[in-house]
Write a protein that binds this ligand. Sequence first.
Ligand code: MSP
Length: 509
Amino acid sequence: MAYYVTTPIYYVNAEPHLGHAYTTIAADVLARHMRQRGEDVFFLTGTDEHGEPVAQAAERLGTTPRELADRNSVRFRALAERLGATNDFFIRTSDPEHEAMVADVVQRIHDSGHIYAGTYEGWYCPRCADFKTEAELLEGDRCAIHKIALEKEKEDNWFFRLSAFQEPLERLYAENAQWVVPETRYNEALSFIKGGLTDVSMSRSSMSWGVPVPWDTRQVIYVWIDALLNYYTALSYAREGEDLTERFWPATVHLIAKDILKFHAVIWPALLMAAELPVPGRVCIHGYLLMDDEKMSKSLGNVIDPFAIIDLYGNDALRFYLLREVAFGSDGSVSTEGFEKRYTTELANEYGNLASRTLAMIFKYRDGVVPAGEPPAALRAEFEGLATRVSERFDLTDLSGALDLAWVLVRRLNQYVSEEAPWKLAKDESAAERLDSVLYALAEGLRVLSLVLHPILPDATVRLLDALGHEDRSLDSAEFGAHAGGGRIGELGQLFPRIEAPADAAATG
Ligand code: MSP
């Protein structure tokens, strides 16, 4: 089955921060998990380079939009790499292939009568690149997201007949309860649609940094139309000499945060319908990472630098922390102190220690060979169907739920060690069989847990699976008891070493 997952393409007006890392991590976790299930996966991320957000930032910095885009796109690409993201392509909206295809699709929409000339008069936030209604503004005519004072503008634009898609959109929602998840966001988007759709500008005449409107080159295509189309255009040129559109379109899931819900849940499907293209399977909305109760954002200056966190603690720790600390779908506060705490108590003590103790005991008591043994039925029952249950959570894009199912069993194994006290069994020759069974159960439990946790902790789990002598990374093999004893284990070292560095070294802002 084809599985196509995307992140938003990030604005290159500034360097990436932890909020961007969050969505990329989530998409990567899904992509890795689906590959473990043998699916045909395509994972896309990239950068959004046109429009006022970038043009104005460049002006402030005294550089050109292209230069700024080149500089920051490299940073976003580097972040994806540092996060261990297994994206199959990194799109830039300044790619000539993307630009050409955007012009084609927009021309098609125009030819089918869904675009007309008009005049926009109203509020516009150049940071959001969004037209705002009076009701959306904060006191003092400020943008509710960026808090900057807005100006009323009037310009001749080309308009997209969004209002013509009111009914088709309502039908899409009625026929597909999972089209937008979670349900609160589905309801929010649907009530926006039901409130009555008005046509939207699809071009800008007051700036030139963008893709020219094919039939009116004095204007550029509105950056959001250009950006949304990335999900479609990328497939046509991601592989040289090969068009992947047939294979992967429509996307299975677009991951976004709620700031860009309207664009993805309303404008995007309407655009696709206008271009007579199939609509994606799902838009999944996660919450905001907050710092001091405010959305982490570069313009508010309250950001954590993901590179610094990875330098200190490693990539696995960052991935784990974000999915564990913030229930996927809800907003949640993050802090370097909270990070430090989970690193030590959960990763180092609960998982890392369990692994090193287990291997050390197998070395010490059984010469480094996992004994064959019959694990207790109760423990076996608790692992029963774990991979399926975790997969169900992932299918619902409940990433934190999937992680929690596994973590309950990490804790269960720690409890099992305390209950059985293998070091005592080792002193009693008549308990040899029991010790075999305990050591086997621990090795087997760790093997299964490492497989299901692999998408979240790609580095540590591979090290542990290697040490346990298990090469197969597929979820099929994540069944407790599927691996018989008798294998020789290897050296592991510390999975999550103690970190002495000050926790707040990563906070900037
Ligand atoms: N360029 C547009 C998206 C176009 S997609 C066709 C854009 N870019 S952005 O750089 O502002 O990125 C917004 C996205 O970054 C959010 O939707 C979310 O995925 C991620 N996040 C940015 N800050 C975040 C938090 N503080 N918390 C969670 N996610 C965050 O909008």
